[in-house]
Design a binder for this molecule. Structure first.
Ligand SMILES: Nc1ncnc2c1ncn2[C@@H]1O[C@H](COP(=O)(O)OP(=O)(O)O)[C@@H](O)[C@H]1O
Ligand SMILES: [Mg+2]
Length: 237
């Protein structure tokens, strides 16, 4: 369900993600220097910044793929730093959807099978899986490509399938790292509009790492990183 009016802040949706003072280094290179942010249910946040500013590292920490050296990340009511790697995997599988610049579809599975996989991993029954795969592929506009393999799809089609896969298990938050970075501007615009609509329709929060001003436009809020620190933050009107 979408909010009646997403600009109406009298009613604040619940917090989904809270990062507090997150720091991270690789060897002696400091990549994140005390980053704090909050994300609410259904909210779309753009993470912008130059190449190397730490966007992907921050996204990976938020999604439990990578661990901060210090600081805290709370996902719903769970502090990620208290989980072992199996616990992190479980949170990701259940509650987080991810999309990437290079799609990361499994090449030996068809489009439909790629979308079905997270449902199998979550123990969803076969009949329900088939129904969800069908309706998601329809929603992202690739019903006629259901039985194609990724190698037979265009970039835009691959990203549509990847979005369907990322939403199949109905995650609370969708993390997207430069999802239009490998698409031409027309397909990029279609993918952004799809992300905006789907996050509204399903009330899924979105963190969108992007170089592109157009991509940031679909978000409610933008955080700009510079050298691993928040250098600016603004609400969109
Ligand atoms: N696994 C890694 N090992 C060593 N250095 C890394 C690793 N991942 C990222 N870095 C470095 O951390 C910095 C930030 O990288 P990244 O988060 O990918 O930035 P962005 O996504 O903003 O381009 C870069 O200098 C990058 O080289
Ligand atoms: Mg990156």
């Amino acid at each position: 369900m979408s909010h009646a009016a997403s600009t109406d802040r009298d009613f604040e949706p619940p917090l989904v993600l809270t990062a507090r003072n997150v720091t991270k280094s690789y060897a002696d290179r400091v990549v994140l220097r005390g980053v704090s942010l909050e994300l609410r249910a259904g909210e779309r946040l753009a993470l912008t910044g130059a190449s190397g500013s730490g966007k992907s590292t921050l996204l990976n920490c938020l999604g439990g793929v990578d661990r901060p050296d210090a600081g805290s990340i709370r996902f719903e009511n769970i502090f990620l730093e208290t989980l072992d790697s199996d616990g992190l995997t479980e949170v990701r599988r259940r509650d987080i959807g991810t999309i990437f610049q290079f799609f990361h579809l499994l090449p030996t599975l068809t489009a439909a099978e790629n979308v079905e996989l997270p449902l199998q991993l979550n123990g969803v029954a076969a009949k329900e899986r088939a129904e969800r795969v069908r309706s998601l592929l329809e929603r992202v506009g690739v019903t006629d490509r259901a039985d194609a393999f990724p190698g037979q799809l265009s970039g835009g089609e691959m990203q549509r399938v990847a979005i369907a896969r990322a939403l199949a298990h109905r995650p609370t938050v969708l993390l997207a790292d430069e999802p239009t970075g490998n698409l031409d501007s027309r397909n990029g615009a279609i993918i952004l509009e799809l992300l905006r609509e789907l996050s509204d329709e399903t009330d899924t929060a979105l963190v969108l790492v992007t170089h592109s001003g157009a991509a940031a436009q679909i978000c409610h809020r933008e955080i700009h990183l510079r050298d691993g620190q928040i250098a600016g933050e603004r609400e969109k009107d």
